[in-house]
Design a binder for this molecule. Structure first.
Ligand code: DGJ
Length: 730
């Protein structure tokens, strides 16, 4: 068992492969956090949680003035009591009071990991992979139960947490805020920085460090999506940490909607790290006897820096978050017509691109936006999922057949969650979108968000999308989502339940994704939200890959893919070669550079292949050939970030197969520096005693030479890139 309860010490010990997490029941009442870090045995609890008071700290127990909760490390803090810091749970009871007191009640340990009803979560394939601890806390006055759950993966350095709130009281209550994880550290805040992945459309998941300071520093989204602006990932990183060294504590939310996460540094300089649903756009009525389950947080501790943290997330996500056939199967190389044609295409044009793609070895033709209703620009037709027969005389079925005939699979774009202001669906059901009665309905890209908190709307989406998927031989779906919520409200919810809409929307969205993906197990689903606006573990549970960004410029992608790799594996990132000048930033980079960068993700093209010169076609053929070799091992390899583009003029990363026999590394220059020194690329994690062959250059290197002396890289001009494919030969 990886979870132990010591009755004498009143302590829980949770052991992952190399880490431990410890809690203690203080004075038989309060659940305290003791430790999260390197693996250890249970300590002497006398010293681990000494009673602690502080000036102006109130005492919860009038008979014992030795401690105040605001000075101690609470495992799951509540509102209204003697802990003045950021709370994990805020509840309003029927009498208007919003004070709780959560006391330890009981625990249970089970083998395996139960699923979270209606929510995405990491999973196990056998009960031996993990154990789960449930700790029940109780507010005695109101008969409110809070069940904290901790799953410990025995062979991974992962603990997942979620929380269930049960109202056993006689009256309904309102949950105003419920976080899924809270950790009170004993560390000195001055030794840590907060790392987060901030961004914007076309500039997602840039790495940012913020020194910790007294008070709350947090990131959040209340846009109704995890968002481009703030990814639901944070890490507390020791100031001396590197890719290979130092302490890192990370949290990632398995959820795709509004969230908050951050660190509060208290008056004693101790950090409190937290993550969960965003309390601003949230309230949930819990009737007597009802339960509410908060989404999962994945927690990873690494004592070997950021690199080990990322590899732990990568392994977990590709093996025990992503599901279905494509979890383990190679992903097809695709061409998407979006940047090649935008809305200006017809059947002939798409078939011609597909023919060219077939000649080049590409395997899948994806038809993007504009195939339905009367959609010739972005002003109409979302929601009207019937083919535009003017553009596609044979409909989707006819086009798919023609694409199949030239030897390619066929894929299709949808934006299922939306309705255009100009559409039949909006005319017929104006109340089916998110809105507040009598208020202006703001548009974004001329569209409204369908109210997926409603079952009838979910049912429409499921049947409309399934209908198209069943009407033709469709092997791939791009599920897009291009606006954030405004005027959050639902026509069906009672006045007092309006704030439930954003979370109900997510539950509805997950139901739609579940039903549609389950009905089409052979289809590869790629999620997208104006690029990477919903790149989160919640969506990855339903769809194994996400379109990383609408920005396909080779240089911009270095930052985006490097930042994304902090939590998400390469097998989850869509990465395509597009035309130059780049449509987002106007930069001109070589076809080689664009290919070299894209090969570190799920590879494809996003341009009109019929416009390529003969010379370019040869390059593409070779890229396709190379990627077919790389996809045999890169998606399941260990990733090592070698040079950080946020700090240097170059960027480099490396993928090493688990058995260390195959390696793919990329070295990417941004701008050249005149009169530069030689630059070397030093590899990591190779077999030092082995001999490796560089398959492209036909040179041989020993593993220790590659790691300790390194290879002098080609310098070239601005945006020069080099890749290295190494095979162990002895
Ligand atoms: C936004 C996506 O990110 C693009 O790739 C493309 O599919 C457009 N939407 C189509 O409207």
């Amino acid at each position: 068992m990886s979870i132990i309860f010591d009755n004498e010490k009143k302590a829980f010990l949770l052991n992952t492969k190399t880490t431990s997490y410890i809690m203690h029941i203080f004075k038989d009442k309060y659940l305290m956090h003791v430790y999260w870090g390197e693996k250890m045995k249970l300590p002497n609890m006398l010293n681990a949680i000494p009673p602690r008071g502080v000036g102006f700290g109130a005492n919860p127990d009038s008979n014992d003035k030795t401690y105040s909760l605001t000075a101690m490390r609470l495992e799951y803090p509540w509102s209204g009591g003697t802990d003045y810091r950021n709370t994990a749970l805020d509840v309003t009871f029927c009498d208007g009071s919003h004070t709780t007191e959560l006391r330890y009640e009981k625990y249970e340990i089970i083998k395996g990991k139960p699923a979270l009803l209606g929510l995405p979560s990491t999973y196990t394939e056998s009960d031996d992979e993990a154990d789960t601890l449930f700790i029940t806390l109780k507010d005695a006055l109101m008969d409110l139960y809070v069940v904290l759950s901790y799953t410990v993966y025995t062979e991974r350095d992962v603990i997942t947490r979620s929380v269930k709130i049960i109202n056993n009281g006689k009256n309904a209550l309102t949950i105003d805020k419920v976080l899924s994880a809270n950790v009170d550290f004993e560390a000195d805040y001055r030794d840590y920085t907060l790392m987060r992945l901030h961004g914007s459309w076309a500039r997602e998941r840039h790495i940012e460090y913020q020194p910790l300071a007294h008070g709350i520093q947090k990131i959040e989204s209340h846009r109704g999506a995890s968002s481009h602006q703030a990814n639901p990932f944070i890490a507390m990183v020791s100031k001396d940490a590197t890719e290979d060294y130092g302490n890192v504590y990370a949290m990632n939310f398995v959820y795709s909607g509004n969230f908050e996460a951050g660190v509060e540094v208290c008056e004693l300089g101790k950090p409190r790290m937290f993550m969960g649903l965003n309390g601003y756009e949230f309230a949930w009525e819990l009737k007597s006897g009802d339960e509410f389950v908060a989404p999962e947080v994945v927690m990873v501790y690494s004592n070997e820096g950021l690199g080990k943290m990322s590899r732990t997330f990568h392994d977990l996500y590709r093996e025990r978050l992503v599901r279905g056939k494509y979890r383990d199967e190679a992903r097809p190389i695709l061409v998407n017509n979006w940047e090649g044609t935008y809305f200006d295409f017809n059947e002939e044009k798409i078939v011609n691109i597909a023919k060219e793609a077939a000649n080049l070895g590409i395997e899948l033709m994806v038809l993007d936006d504009g195939w339905f209703g009367t959609r010739n620009d972005d002003t109409t037709s979302l929601g009207d999922w019937t083919p535009n027969y003017e553009k596609l005389p044979g409909g989707i079925c006819g086009l798919a057949k023609k694409v199949n005939e030239v030897g390619l699979k066929f894929g299709l774009w949808f934006e299922p969650e939306m309705v255009s202001a100009v559409s039949n669906l909006y005319n017929e059901h104006p109340d089916w979108c998110i809105h507040v009665k009598d208020r202006n309905r703001s548009q974004c890209r001329h569209q409204h968000t369908l109210d997926l908190s409603r079952k009838d709307v979910q049912d429409y989406v499921i049947s409309a999308i399934n209908g198209v998927l069943d009407s033709a031989n469709i092997s791939y779906v791009k599920w897009d989502m291009n606006r954030h919520m405004t005027e959050p409200g639902s026509a069906l919810l009672d006045a007092k339940n309006q704030k439930e809409m954003p979370h109900r929307y997510m539950l509805g969205l997950y139901r739609c994704m579940n039903e549609i993906t389950k009905a089409h197990p052979d289809v590869l689903f790629e999620s997208c939200s104006g690029g990477g606006g919903r790149f989160d573990p919640g969506i990855l549970y339903y769809m194994p890959q996400t379109w990383t960004s609408d920005d396909t410029d080779a240089v911009e992608r270095l930052y985006i893919q490097y930042g994304t790799s902090m939590a998400y594996p390469t097998s989850s990132m869509g990465a395509h070669v597009s035309a130059v000048p780049n449509h987002q930033v106007g930069r001109i980079t070589s076809l080689k550079a664009r290919g070299d960068v894209a090969m570190s993700g799920n590879f494809g093209y996003e341009l009109d292949l019929t416009n390529l010169s003969a010379e370019e076609k040869e390059i593409v053929k070779n890229q396709v050939k190379t990627y077919k070799m790389l996809r045999e091992f890169v998606p399941s390899s260990d990733m090592y970030r070698l040079i950080d583009p946020f700090k240097k003029d170059v960027c480099a990363w490396e993928f090493v197969s688990k058995d260390k026999t195959k390696v793919f590394a990329g070295y990417f220059r941004k701008m050249i520096i005149p009169n530069h020194p030689d630059e070397r690329l030093k590899f990591k994690a190779l077999d030092p005693d082995a001999l490796y062959r560089d398959v492209e250059r036909n040179t041989e290197w020993s593993g220790d030479e590659l790691m300790n002396i390194g290879i002098i890289t080609e310098y070239g001009n601005d945006f020069t890139t080099c890749t290295y494919i190494l095979e162990k030969i002895s």
